[in-house]
Write a protein that binds this ligand. Structure first.
Ligand code: ADP
Ligand code: MG
Length: 210
């Protein structure tokens, strides 16, 4: 059976993940690839419902542990309904955030819950991307970009500088934990130049065009 390519974008708020995920999807589609551009939390109808449950309304509605359970449930649905079917038909799946964002934000920002995230991941998900593109940049510049973004759509995108710095260090630490799949891309450049670097990273990994 054909097996596609599973790519994720990770990095701090404002680093350009969503911008680069879109630009890569456009570029690969232009080349004739079957591309599924998706995101977390969300990415399937059920997971988008869970996203709304968690990200809208009172930030204290869910405990840190319950939030991890909800995000893991959302990821399981996303995997079953969107990611696996696409990979099984040989598509390139581009995911704007995946489990590493949960490892960082749910695992580090409301206490040390990384083991809980990892245990649930092993039990219910068990899949990692083939390649994870870490868009790395200065945390304060990322924050300034995020704040200038036109729509602040979710509470996880309204961080203070201290958390931005902690998350930047955390993502670089993850890249060291998973050296096989992580590729660090300097995001402090024009969108077009970053997109060229991203394209170089994925070039040798793409499935054959059908
Ligand atoms: P993320 O998804 O990582 O939070 P976005 O892709 O939403 O980041 O980008 C955050 C903001 O910065 C957006 O307003 C976007 O248009 C802008 N932006 C993205 N990439 C760049 C770049 N390379 N240079 C300058 N601004 C950028
Ligand atoms: Mg984004």
């Amino acid at each position: 059976a054909p097996r596609g390519l599973f790519l994720s974008f990770e990095g701090i708020d404002g680093s350009g993940k969503s911008t680069q995920a879109r630009m890569l999807a456009d570029r690969l589609r232009d080349q004739g690839h079957d591309v599924v551009l998706t995101r977390e939390p969300g990415g399937s109808p059920g997971a988008e419902e869970i996203r709304a449950l968690v990200l809208q309304g009172d930030p204290d509605r869910w405990s840190a542990e319950t939030e991890i359970l909800l995000f893991t449930a959302a990821r399981r649905d996303h995997l079953e309904r969107t990611i696996r079917p696409a990979l099984d038909r040989g598509a390139v799946v581009i995911c704007d955030r995946f489990a590493d964002s949960t490892r960082m934000y749910q695992g580090m920002s409301r206490g040390d819950l990384r083991k809980t995230v990892d245990d649930l991941h092993d039990l219910m998900i068990g899949v990692e991307p083939d390649l994870t593109l870490l868009i790395d940049m200065d945390p304060d510049r990322g924050l300034a970009r995020a704040k200038s973004r036109q729509t602040i759509e979710e509470r996880f995108e309204d961080f203070g500088a201290a958390l931005q710095h902690k998350m930047r260090a955390g993502f670089l630490g993850l890249a060291g934990e998973f050296p096989g799949r992580y590729r660090i891309v300097d995001g402090d450049d024009t969108p077009e130049n970053v997109a060229d670097r991203v394209a170089d990273v994925v070039a040798g990994h793409l499935p054959a065009i059908a």
